[in-house]
Write a protein that binds this ligand. Structure first.
Ligand SMILES: *Cc1c(COP(=O)(O)O)cnc(C)c1O
Length: 391
C-alpha cells in the first residue's frame, strides 16, 4: 500500500536530475555577507542577501544576546494567546513611525506574510494582478486564493492597465515588488500607483530587497518613489541580516489580518528577543547611512568593470545578475568560480524563466573593493574569452 507515493517521488526526482535542475542545500559552517565556510573551505560570499553586512556584526549579535537574557528564548505561543510581548509592540510602533503607516503586523517570514495578506484579502469575485516576475510566495498565494489571477508584463504599466480594464464584480489588488529579487531592477512604483488608483484598485508592494537598502534612512522603495501603497510588506531576512517580516497598512486592515490571517493566528510568534534585535538593528539601518554609500560605491565599481559585457545587466541595486542563458554553461561557470574561491548564486528555472539561467551576484558592505573587482575580472574573462566557458 502507498507504493504510488514512492513511484511519484522517484519519478519526480529522476526527472529533476535529468533536466539538470536538481538542487541540494550546501551545508554551511559559518556565513555572513563576506565569507561562507563550507566543506572545510572558505569562499568569498557573493550570493547572500546580507547587503548591509549586518548579519555577522558584533552589535547585532549583542542585541540577540541582550534580548535572550531579558526575554528568554521563545515566545511560548501564537500572538493571540500569550506570544505577543512588549518587544513585538515596540517593533511594530517603530516600523509605523519609520515607514509612515498606521499599523504593522509581524509575521515569521515574508513567505507567510504574503500568503496571509492575499488569502485573507481576496475573495472569489476579486481579481489579483501581479507582475510576471513576482516572487514565488506571491504567485503561489494568488494561484491558491479563490480570486482570479492575471499577470502583467514585467514593469509594464500599459500591460497593467489593460489587465485592470476587464470587468470585475469584486475588488482589484495589484501586487508588485519594490526591487525584483532575481533581476535587481526597481519597479516604476509611482506610475503603477497612479494606474492602480485610476482603476480603484489596491496596491500591495513587497519590498523584501528594498527595505534598508534604498532611501536616505533605508526606508525602502516606496518612500523613495514618493508613494504609499495600501499594503507594504517588509522582510528582515535580507538587509537586516535576521529573519521575519511585517505587513504595514491602515488600522482596520491590520485588525482584519489579526482576526483572519491564519499564518498569524495559528503560528507561534517570533521570539521576543528576535523582535528586540530587529528593532535595534533598524536603528543601525536608519542612522548608518555610510553603509548605503559604501554599497553604492561597490555597485559603481562592479558596473564599470563589467560595462559592455554581454549578459551583465545594469542595476541600481546590490543585485547584479549575469544572464548566461542555458543552465549547463551557467553551472560550469559557477563551478569554475567556486574553485577560484567565489560563492555565487547559480539561478536556474523554475526560479527564473527558461533560457534565462544566471549568476546572481550580490554585493554586500562586508566585501572589500578588491574582491569585487577580482570577481568582476574573472567573470569578464570568462564571458569575453574565445574559449568562452570552461568545460
Ligand atoms: C525572500 C523574499 C520573500 C520571502 O521572505 P522570507 O522572509 O525569506 O520568507 C518574499 N518576497 C520576496 C520578494 C523575497 O525576495
Amino acid at each position: 500500500m502507498g507504493s504510488g507515493f514512492f513511484r511519484r517521488i522517484n519519478d519526480a526526482l529522476t526527472a529533476r536530475k535529468e533536466s539538470g535542475l536538481y538542487r541540494y542545500p550546501p551545508t554551511v559552517e559559518r556565513v555572513d555577507g563576506h565569507f561562507m565556510d563550507s566543506g572545510g573551505k572558505r569562499y568569498l560570499n557573493f550570493s547572500s542577501n546580507d547587503y548591509l553586512g549586518l548579519a555577522g556584526t558584533p552589535d547585532v549579535c549583542r542585541f540577540w544576546q541582550e534580548g535572550v537574557s531579558r526575554y528568554g528564548a521563545g515566545s511560548t505561543a501564537s500572538p493571540l494567546v500569550t506570544g505577543y510581548s512588549s518587544p513585538h509592540a515596540d517593533l511594530e510602533r517603530m516600523l509605523c513611525d519609520w515607514l509612515g503607516f498606521e499599523s504593522a503586523v509581524l509575521f515569521n517570514s515574508g513567505f507567510a506574510a504574503n500568503q496571509a495578506v492575499i488569502f485573507t484579502l481576496c475573495d472569489k469575485e476579486d481579481l489579483v494582478i501581479q507582475d510576471k516576475l513576482n516572487h514565488a510566495s506571491l504567485m503561489e498565494a494568488g494561484m491558491l486564493s479563490p480570486a482570479r489571477m492575471k499577470r502583467f508584463r514585467h514593469n509594464d504599466t500599459e500591460s497593467l492597465s489593460a489587465a485592470l480594464s476587464c470587468t470585475v464584480t469584486g475588488n482589484r489588488l495589484v501586487v508588485t515588488e519594490g526591487v525584483f529579487s532575481m533581476d535587481g531592477d526597481k519597479s516604476p512604483l509611482s506610475e503603477i500607483a497612479t494606474v492602480a488608483r485610476h482603476h480603484d484598485a489596491w496596491l500591495m508592494v513587497d519590498d523584501a530587497h528594498g527595505i534598508g537598502v534604498l532611501g536616505e534612512d533605508g526606508s525602502g522603495s516606496c518612500r523613495s518613489a514618493g508613494i504609499k501603497p495600501d499594503i507594504l510588506v517588509v522582510t528582515f531576512g535580507k538587509a537586516f541580516g535576521l529573519m521575519g517580516a511585517a505587513v504595514l497598512c491602515q488600522t482596520e486592515t491590520a485588525d482584519y489580518l489579526r482576526q483572519f490571517g491564519r499564518h498569524y493566528v495559528y503560528s507561534t510568534a517570533m521570539p521576543p528577543a528576535q523582535a528586540y534585535t530587529i528593532r535595534r538593528t533598524a536603528e543601525i539601518i536608519q542612522t548608518q547611512q555610510w553603509r548605503r554609500e559604501k554599497l553604492s560605491e561597490l555597485s559603481a565599481v562592479w558596473e564599470e568593470a563589467l560595462s559592455g559585457i554581454p549578459g551583465a545587466t545594469h542595476t541600481n541595486t546590490p543585485i547584479k545578475p549575469v544572464i548566461v542563458g542555458q543552465s549547463e554553461p551557467m553551472l560550469r561557470l559557477s563551478e569554475y568560480l567556486r574553485q577560484k574561491g567565489y560563492w555565487v548564486g547559480a539561478i536556474r528555472p523554475p526560479t527564473v524563466p527558461a533560457n534565462k539561467a544566471r549568476l546572481r551576484v550580490t554585493l554586500s558592505v562586508s566585501q572589500p573593493k578588491v574582491a569585487v573587482l577580482a570577481l568582476a575580472g574573472e567573470i569578464k574573462n570568462m564571458l569575453e574569452g574565445e574559449q568562452c566557458l570552461p568545460s
